[in-house]
Ligand binder design. Structure first.
Ligand code: GLY
Length: 335
């Protein structure tokens, strides 16, 4: 009887009814995995972990999970974050090596330590100690991307104001005496996908957000993007809403767009407008940045926004809620 009451009295809010899952890009299987958890009465945290975990295993878009975005040494490293919007606990890993399940390790950081973020080799050792399998994240595909890059004299890359070794046009790089303005690199702008960022509300009113990515092709080893940074890649506060960002993390993390969007929603801004303002704030300084954001307020209304650049005229994202009962592809025109 109690179960019947719970199921039939789920609130409905305009375009969305809770439970609800939203994620960046058309990563449908990730949405389905999270939705299955929510439908069967699972928690928002479990949904986000399962959804992002599915994307990691499927190597969504080549930009999530193992075997993508080899760095300057040819190694794939992972960034991920999970946040509980009810307790404000966060777990994150950055520059994680050898471990495929980055979102799982992030959750272990949140639930098995007093810390918020672990990085690099130490994060990997933590993961191994917690029982996560150590595996090679390199694949034939990532090796090929790396080999082609070496053949192309390590171009494009993310260096500026340095001169390469003249014989190889690669490292070691030396600083140039004079600093020159440089057009923001090409490689971040030609991606067609990026991070999975996922927001989930469960039937108990709990809210969570998660992110997972392998970063950028040819990044400088040690580079960490926006995805594992609370407030940048994602943010959740059950009293206001949640947001998750995707795109050029080096630029986007300077503006904490997810935090900004959540605070705007707290002040009453509708989710689409909150997303647009978060994008506009970045555009003011980086007109050509590649990026998008999804937002959902505390009542489950949602929206998205993206910056219009040649490779991104429309941004696709996925939604599953009680109304559709299945993952639906949504899109928003970039501005
Ligand atoms: N948004 C993913 C990254 O820049 O690493």
């Amino acid at each position: 009887m109690l179960l019947f009451f719970t199921l039939t009295c789920l609130p409905t809010f305009g375009q969305a009814s809770l439970p609800l899952v939203i994620n960046t890009w058309g990563f449908k299987n990730a949405t389905a995995a999270a939705w299955t958890v929510l439908q069967s009465g699972g928690s928002a945290l479990d949904a986000v972990e399962k959804g992002c975990g599915r994307c990691q295993r499927e190597q969504c878009g080549g930009s999530v999970g193992y075997g993508g975005s080899p760095d300057e040494n040819g190694e794939t490293t992972l960034d991920a974050m999970i946040m509980n919007g009810n307790t404000m606990e966060v777990g994150a890993v950055a520059d994680l090596k050898r471990i495929k399940n980055a979102i799982g390790v992030a959750r272990a950081v949140m639930e098995r330590t007093e810390h918020t973020m672990l990085v690099g080799e130490s994060a990997s050792v933590f993961a191994e100690n917690m029982g996560f399998a150590a595996e090679d994240l390199t694949t034939a595909k990532s090796l090929e991307i790396f080999t082609q890059w070496l053949k192309g004299s390590c171009q494009p890359n993310y260096r500026k104001n340095v001169s390469p070794d003249p014989s190889k046009l690669c490292h070691p790089y030396k600083p140039l005496a004079e600093l020159r303005p440089k057009e923001r690199r090409l490689s971040a702008n030609i991606r067609s996908h990026d991070t999975i960022g996922m927001i989930a509300f469960d039937r108990y009113g709990h809210l969570a957000v998660g992110t997972s990515t392998n970063g950028l092709n040819h990044k400088v080893p040690g580079r960490v993007g926006d995805s594992p940074i609370a407030g940048a890649g994602g943010y959740a506060d059950a009293s206001a809403g949640a947001a998750a960002a995707t795109g050029d993390g080096d630029v986007m993390m300077r503006f904490l767009p997810s935090y900004l969007a959540v605070e705007l929603m707290r002040a009453g801004t509708d989710p689409s407008a909150a997303c647009e303002t978060a994008i506009s704030r970045i555009k003011r300084h980086y007109a050509h940045f590649f990026g998008a954001i999804i937002c959902a307020n505390a009542t489950g209304h949602y929206g998205a926004a993206c910056n219009k650049v040649p490779g991104l005229l429309q941004f696709h994202y996925m939604v599953a809620d009680g109304g559709s009962d299945a993952p639906l592809l949504k899109s928003v025109d970039c501005f």
